[in-house]
Design a binder for this molecule. Structure first.
Ligand code: ADP
Ligand code: MG
Length: 352
C-alpha cells in the first residue's frame, strides 16, 4: 500500500518546483504577507517555506498529512478554500510519502509554536518514553514547512530530475510568477547558507512594478494594461431576473491583463496565466494569444503576457488532477475569444 501511495504522490509532486507551487498556494491561502523560501541542492536536499500567515491549529496537526478524507474536510474549518484554490487536501499528504516533512506552526491564539514530523501520511511516532509529536517549541506566528530528502524513496523520480541548478531555476520561476500575481506579498528566495537572496520582492507593490523588478525594464516600459469582464455583471441585472441569477452568476467572469506592445520582442513567449489565483496552463489560450500577436510582431518575435482570470469556481474543472497541467473551464472558447479581441484592439489602438 505504501508503494502505491508513493507512486500516487510522485504523480502529484514531480519535482521540487511542483512541491513548492503547492506550498506557496497554502501560504497565500493562509493570508501571508511574507514568504521566505530556503533551498539546498535545487530543493532535493532541503526546501523550506516560512510564512507569516494564520498558522495551523494544534488540533489539526495530527491529520495534516492525511489524504483528502471526510474527517479532514470537516475538521478543517476554512472551507472557503474550496472556492479559491480548490480543495484537494493532497499536497502535504503526497509530500509526506516521498520526503521527510516537518511543520512548525503557530496561530495567534497559541502561546508557543508546535513542531511535528510526518512520514507516509501520518505523524511520526516518537520513540517509546518520549512525548509524541506535536512538540512545543519557540516560533513566530505563521507556518514553516520543511521538506528534506525529496524522492529519497522514489529513485525513478529522483533520476528524472535535472541538475540542481536547473531545479533551482524552476523554483525561482514559480516564485517569480506568484510574486507578480501577489505584489502585496514580500517573497524571498535564497540558497541555504548564502548571505544574499537570489530573489527578493518588497511588500505592497503593484503588478507593473513587480513585472519590472522581476522581468526587467525592457518588458515594463512596453506594457499595456486591460481589465475587463463578461458583458453583464450580476448586479446590473433587472430585478425580475432575480430567479435566473444563479445562471447569470455562472457565466460572469473577470480578467486583468498586462501585456507588451508591438515594440517589445522576445525570442520566447512569456505567459503567466492565473485562474482563480492558481498558476495554470492552457495551450488553447496560449495559442489564441500568440495568434493575436502574430498580426503585430515580426516572425519569430514573442510577447510577454500576464493574464489573471476569475471564473466562478463551479465552472473550473476542479477534477483536473494536478498532474494534468492543462486547465479547462466552461465557455472556454467564448472567454478566450473575448480576451483575444480585447488584446487585439488594445494593440491596434496603441500602434495608431
Ligand atoms: P489543501 O491545500 O488542498 O487543503 P494541503 O495538503 O495543501 O491541502 O494542506 C492541508 C491543510 O493544511 C490546508 O487545508 C490548510 O488548512 C493547512 N495548511 C497547509 N499549509 C498551511 C500554511 N502555510 N498556513 C496555514 N495553514 C496551512
Ligand atoms: Mg494546498
Amino acid at each position: 500500500e505504501s508503494l502505491i501511495n508513493r507512486i500516487a504522490a510522485g504523480e502529484i509532486i514531480h519535482r521540487p518546483a511542483s512541491a513548492l507551487k503547492e506550498l506557496l498556494e497554502n501560504c497565500l491561502d493562509a493570508g501571508s504577507t511574507s514568504i521566505r523560501v530556503t533551498v539546498k541542492d535545487g530543493g532535493m536536499k532541503l526546501l523550506q517555506i516560512q510564512d507569516n500567515g494564520c498558522g495551523i491549529r494544534k488540533a489539526d496537526l495530527p491529520i495534516l498529512a492525511e489524504r483528502f478524507t471526510t474527517s479532514k474536510l470537516s475538521t478543517f474549518s476554512d472551507l472557503s478554500r474550496i472556492t479559491t484554490y480548490g480543495f484537494r487536501g493532497e499536497a502535504l499528504a503526497s509530500i509526506s510519502h516521498v520526503a521527510h516533512l516537518s511543520v512548525v506552526t503557530k496561530t495567534k491564539t497559541e502561546t508557543c509554536a508546535w513542531k511535528a514530523h510526518y512520514l507516509d501520511g501520518a505523524l511520526v511516532e516518537g520513540k517509546p518514553g518520549q512525548t509524541p509529536d506535536p512538540k512545543p517549541c519557540a516560533g513566530n506566528d505563521g507556518t514553516t514547512i520543511i521538506i528534506e530528502d525529496l524522492f529519497y524513496n522514489t529513485p525513478t523520480r529522483l533520476s528524472a530530475l535535472r541538475s540542481t541548478s536547473e531545479e533551482y531555476s524552476r523554483i525561482l520561476d514559480v516564485i517569480t510568477k506568484y510574486a507578480v500575481h501577489n505584489p502585496k506579498v514580500s517573497f524571498v528566495c535564497k540558497k541555504a547558507g548564502s548571505p544574499s537572496p537570489d530573489l527578493s520582492t518588497p511588500s505592497s507593490s503593484e503588478i507593473p512594478q513587480a513585472i519590472r523588478l522581476l522581468y526587467g525594464h525592457s518588458i515594463a516600459k512596453d506594457l499595456l494594461h486591460a481589465a475587463f469582464s463578461s458583458k453583464k455583471k450580476p448586479e446590473d441585472e433587472d430585478e425580475d431576473m432575480e430567479e435566473d441569477s444563479g445562471t447569470h452568476d455562472r457565466e460572469s467572469w473577470a480578467a486583468e491583463a498586462h501585456f507588451t506592445n508591438a515594440n517589445y520582442q522576445s525570442k520566447k513567449m512569456i505567459f503567466l496565466l492565473f485562474i482563480n489565483h492558481r498558476l495554470v496552463e492552457s495551450s488553447r489560450m496560449k495559442r489564441a494569444l500568440e495568434a493575436v500577436y502574430s498580426g503585430v510582431l515580426p516572425k519569430g518575435a514573442s510577447p510577454f503576457i500576464y493574464l489573471s482570470l476569475q471564473i466562478n469556481p463551479r465552472d473550473v474543472d476542479v477534477n483536473v488532477h494536478p498532474t494534468k497541467k492543462e486547465v479547462h473551464f466552461l465557455n472556454e472558447d467564448g472567454i478566450t475569444d473575448q480576451i483575444s479581441d480585447t488584446l487585439q484592439r488594445s494593440l491596434a489602438s496603441q500602434s495608431n
